[in-house]
Design a protein around this ligand. Structure first.
Ligand SMILES: Nc1ncnc2c1ncn2[C@@H]1O[C@H](COP(=O)(O)OP(=O)(O)OP(=O)(O)O)[C@@H](O)[C@H]1O
Ligand SMILES: [Mg+2]
Length: 516
């Protein structure tokens, strides 16, 4: 078999890379020639000043993020700038989170003069959602006080103008990963931007799991809106073919696969690269490939499903490492070492050793500033789901407590995270009034950021928690209903806003009657 398909970012082929999972499969990319060509054509269009939006869809682990990385490498080699944002609902991200990350990474790499030139007067609006902009651009005037509807239009317009300007000189690719986890205000901003990029040197690539987007999903109407725009095209990824699975096995292990293995892996995985990768890593770590002659049937050596493959690989790690990873999974897809240290009560030294074990096995990767990221959402989910409900909820409370203490001086950017952990804990014996308090504050914060849909979501959660607590605090209930109705109204959900305010009026009437 010939060795083909090493990615431009990839390492050399040949001998096994090394014995640890960290290197195994690193930089290997097979197939996808047609899809990459399609993406590159779109990129050339954008470079020529005909902006493009590409929606890349497919099941979990099918290779959306990987192909986007390949495109990013190609784009950089053509001189374009590439900015990434990842949507994340695993740890209570604040409103506009993908956009915040994208703008932040532009700002942190650019000279203040370039930031000023790209943002213009819109900087004051952008600084509302990305406070770093204000730290960066000294003497920025405060945002003019407009009514909230106008302010949201100005914010969307400012962000769009910024991207168009930033793309002008060299071209810009904006990648939004895991769009199915985006907050509604982020999706509305994406719709707004897409309507304005026809003449920009900008390519926006959005990756999402189509299997998760049913009719009720917030992304569903957005996909409808985006598809109507002439700048939009779609790309759906399917499984790799048997030939590519064979290439993958050969490239990762550095040896010709034993007879029957490739066919068995292909049949079991349908060519899903994540599943293929997990199986190859597992067989490698269990040293099955070295003693392939002992395997009677590959069907029995290969785990049944993705989850089984992950669990079997986790079983190869030390019990301490497993325990730590489960704590990390509760913090979220991405976690800081400071929070993990306090919740796990490991010493910093021991913690680093155990984290190194997980990095070596390819379970997590290092991110910036003492932060770590699960190498894949599917691994984090498997760990999270493996916890008993009691332990999971207890950990949510502990994580909430630690976050609260760590960010006591400046809690605003973390209110959604506090609300996420305390409300999860409240479902089983946690402090419900604290969970309500943070949900309300997270809602108020979202309202200030003109993220009305997010505000409504937080108020709805607070109402559910109030109900759960069984407290008969009518005054609080009434306040919450009014806040929810206001947010729904601003979010354009007029019918629901009316229903909630009618309910509030009825409650107020009953209250007055009982007070008379
Ligand atoms: N074409 C490919 N060649 C080799 N390996 C691949 C390829 N595509 C994906 N992989 C491997 O499969 C794993 C899963 O791919 P990726 O993370 O891109 O999937 P995804 O579609 O983004 O999944 P999710 O929906 O969970 O985010 C990656 O870690 C990568 O190592
Ligand atoms: Mg992905």
């Amino acid at each position: 078999m010939t060795l083909v398909g090493i990615s431009p970012t990839g390492a050399e082929s040949g001998a096994p890379r090394d014995s640890s999972g960290r290197r195994l499969a690193a930089g290997i990319f097979v197939g996808r020639e047609r899809e990459l060509q399609d993406l590159q054509l779109n990129m050339e269009e954008a470079l020529a000043g005909r902006g493009r939006l590409v929606l890349v869809a497919g099941e979990p682990g099918i290779g959306k993020t990987s192909i986007a990385h390949e495109l990013a490498a190609h784009a950089r080699s053509r001189g374009l700038q590439v900015l990434w944002g990842r949507c994340d609902d695993s740890g209570g991200a604040p409103a506009y989170w993908p956009w915040v990350q994208i703008i932040r990474s532009f700002v942190s790499d650019a000279a203040p003069l370039d930031v000023t030139a790209a943002m213009g007067p819109g900087a004051a609006y952008i600084a509302e959602i990305v406070p770093d902009v204000r730290d960066w651009l000294l003497h920025l005037p405060p945002r003019p006080s407009l009514d909230l509807e106008q302010a949201r239009f100005r914010l969307f317009d400012s962000v769009t103008t910024f991207f168009r300007n930033a793309a002008k000189e060299h071209g810009l690719v904006v990648m939004i990963d895991d769009l199915h986890e985006a907050d509604k205000p982020s999706l509305l901003l994406l719709e707004f931007l897409t309507r304005q990029i026809a003449e920009a040197h900008l390519m926006v690539v959005c990756l999402y799991r189509d299997v998760e987007v049913g009719r009720e999903h917030p992304l569903f109407p957005t996909l409808g809106e985006l598809s109507r725009e002439p700048v939009t095209s779609r790309l759906r990824l399917r499984g790799l073919g048997e030939r590519e699975v064979g290439q993958y096995v050969e490239l990762t292990t550095g040896r010709e696969p034993p007879a029957g293995l490739v066919e068995a892996v292909y049949r079991r995985t349908d060519g899903n690269p994540f599943f293929v990768m997990e199986i190859v890593r597992l067989l490698h770590e269990e040293r099955t490939l070295e003693h392939a002659e002992r395997v009677r049937s590959w069907g029995t050596a290969i785990p049944e499903g993705v989850r089984a493959a992950i669990v079997r690989r986790l079983d190869l790690l030390s019990p301490e490492c497993n325990r730590l990873l489960r704590v990390a999974a509760v913090i979220g897809r991405e976690f800081g070492i400071d929070v993990l240290e306090r919740v796990s009560e490991f010493s910093r030294e021991r913690l680093l050793e155990v984290l190194d074990e997980a990095i070596g096995a390819g379970i997590i990767t290092e991110s910036q500033g003492w932060r770590y990221l699960f190498s894949h959402a599917l691994v984090r989910d498997a760990l999270y789901e493996d916890l008993t409900t009691t332990r999971r909820l207890r950990l949510h409370r502990q994580v909430g407590d630690v976050l609260e203490a760590l960010h006591a001086a400046r809690p605003e950017p973390y209110l959604a995270e506090f609300a996420h952990h305390f409300s999860a804990a409240a479902a089983q014996g946690g402090d419900v009034s604290k969970a309500i308090g943070y949900s309300v504050r997270a809602g108020e914060r979202a309202a200030v950021l003109m993220a009305h849909e997010d505000a409504a979501r937080h108020y709805e959660l607070a109402l559910r928690l109030l109900e759960l607590s069984g407290a008969s605090d009518s005054g609080r209930l009434l306040d919450l209903l009014l806040m929810l109705s206001d947010s729904l109204w601003r979010a354009g959900e007029i019918e629901r806003a009316k229903a909630v305010s009618l309910h509030a009026v009825e409650m107020a009437r009953n209250l007055n009657a009982s007070e008379l």
